[in-house]
Design a binder for this molecule. Sequence first.
Ligand SMILES: [Fe+2]
Ligand SMILES: [Fe+2]
Length: 191
Amino acid sequence: MATSAGSASDSKTTKGRSKSPAGASRPDAVELLKADHRQVEDWFEQFSSAGEDDDDLKEELAARICAALTIHTTIEEEIFYPAFLEATGDTDIHHEAVIEHGGAKNLIEEIADSDIDDEYFDARVKVLSEMIKHHVKEEEQSDGMFDQARNSDMDLVALGQELAQRKQELTEELAEEVDEDEEEDEEEDEE
Ligand SMILES: [Fe+2]
Ligand SMILES: [Fe+2]
């Protein structure tokens, strides 16, 4: 959790790259988004190497993947993509990325609505992992979106802070929704 609450709008730091009180650099926008990619890749790998009947683990990993991707695509679309479009004017790369997000979101919704007993569950997660692999490659490849962002005049340090803050908000909102759903399920079970 954040260790420097309240400092996000504190601009009285010395000029240059933003530093936390401990002196460590906060991740800039591209670093933060790439770290999300690595995290989700790791969970997809764990999913694919999980035992055929390890339903609990697969269900848990699928839920984590869907939540993380929902938050990731949201912060990209709300903050990073508009800033990229404004700075570079590259509508081709931008629009393609938005359409790819749309495809991933449909599948995420299907996974969230389906049960681990559904015979298509594993196939949905596998296809989602392939879609995300392709999308991540496009964002990270040479001359792709992240490369172009680095070569533009985008303020990636400030954007990184904005992304981190929004990510935290969405993580908290999602956790509340999960709690509410669980409470509802418990009430239904009691009836
Ligand atoms: Fe991304
Ligand atoms: Fe993306």
